[in-house]
Design a protein around this ligand. Sequence first.
Ligand SMILES: C[S@@+](CC[C@H](N)C(=O)[O-])C[C@H]1O[C@@H](n2cnc3c(N)ncnc32)[C@H](O)[C@@H]1O
Ligand code: SF4
Length: 454
Amino acid sequence: MSNSLATTSLAQKYGAPVPRYTSYPTAPHFSKTIEGANYRSWLGALDDADTLSLYLHVPFCDRLCWFCGCHTKQTLRYDPIATYVEHLLEEIDLVAEAVGGKPKVSGVHFGGGSPSMLEPDDLKRIVARLRKSFTFCEKPEISIEIDPGDITPDRVAAMAEAGLSRASIGVQDFDEKVQEAINRPQSFELTRDVIESMREAGVHSVNLDVLYGLPHQTEATLGATIEQVVSLAPDRVALFGYAHVPWMKTHMKMIDESALADIEGRFAQAQLAAALLVEAGFERIGFDHFARPNDTMAIAAKNGRLRRNFQGYTDDPASALIGMGASAIGETAQGYVQNIVPTGLYMAAIKEGRLPIAKGFALGPEDIARRWVIERLMCDMALSKTAATEKFGKLAEAILLEAAELARNDEDGLFVADGDVFLVTEAGRPFVRVLAAHFDTYLKQGKARHSVAV
Ligand SMILES: C[S@@+](CC[C@H](N)C(=O)[O-])C[C@H]1O[C@@H](n2cnc3c(N)ncnc32)[C@H](O)[C@@H]1O
Ligand code: SF4
């Protein structure tokens, strides 16, 4: 059997839908029994030894890309955003008041939607309010997700003034036919100019998001996009597989399904893009990230300090993540919470002076052990028996037996036992979500439909 036929069969065998494990348990298992009072007590338990990462969600865009799976709404007027910002400022005060001790903020991330739509004064007001309400470490990372079409000189100046250190810029694909099919026109030149202005504003790390599996994408068109991406000299590249979930996001029905590659085509695209990025000098991080060897994410990956949270892979070492804004998710030692998703209901809760929690999950001891195992597999492509036993004692024993069984039954060389460690091999890396799913005791409850694993 030729190599390409062998990999083809792997894509079919392991392409079944599974979660992306940006949390464990995953969001469909969160429950309404977790309320503001629970979260308030979790926040109150934070102390001076903790570090915080703050995530602020801005659920607005001035366009709607047909592929988009994010919590966002299109608006061509600024009024709804201005009103939302006032509520976000109030939420900052509410949350800061509930935080006990003086944990230091090591990172602030603006996500969306398109936080790049924030008017300069609003961005500065939000950062100023955060600095007033929380205690910051000396050099916090401040990052923002950027839709290049939003960028103006005064927004860049505001980002510089706010101390922006990282920027994540959406590329998706540079091919015109693909862009037309996803309703996202964006020239190479605009992207190049925005990257340049970000660097001039003091950003030391630029990430570019690229998608595979989009309508009309082929290995040839994606290869050309990757070549253009490499020429822009980003520090990191996130290569995501397009998750087509029209039952959840109805605008995805605008995408012609007959123009989407099948599972084998998607896998071939992903493999090609990964090979081109590695050839260009990027290191593979987890299953969907690439970073220059001197980038902090690559260094964290080498040192076993890579983490995975709701924003995907991160080198942010914070012990708690506080999400603010509609739909934002937070994570503390005790569990997860998600804010109310519809912006109107979110703002109504804030007006009543309530923490706007919709649902959450309180972690039990076994959840914490399984969460660690899944996170290490997703980040390190390895699971150390000694580390697991030292951390979780008896709880680890049962999980390690499951790992041994998984390795024993693996006929494809994806997951192997090697002395003290179980290793996800290079062949297994694209399927690490499927391997992680073996340790997920909630998956069988079947509460959600996921997108395909490659
Ligand atoms: C909040 S958006 C990016 C910021 C900005 N709004 C933009 O579009 O440039 C975050 C990223 O999620 C990815 N994304 C969005 N929808 C997706 C989907 N359905 N499947 C996979 N990735 C998706 C895209 O790569 C996108 O750049
Ligand atoms: S991809 Fe970005 S710009 Fe497009 S709709 Fe989604 S969040 Fe908005």
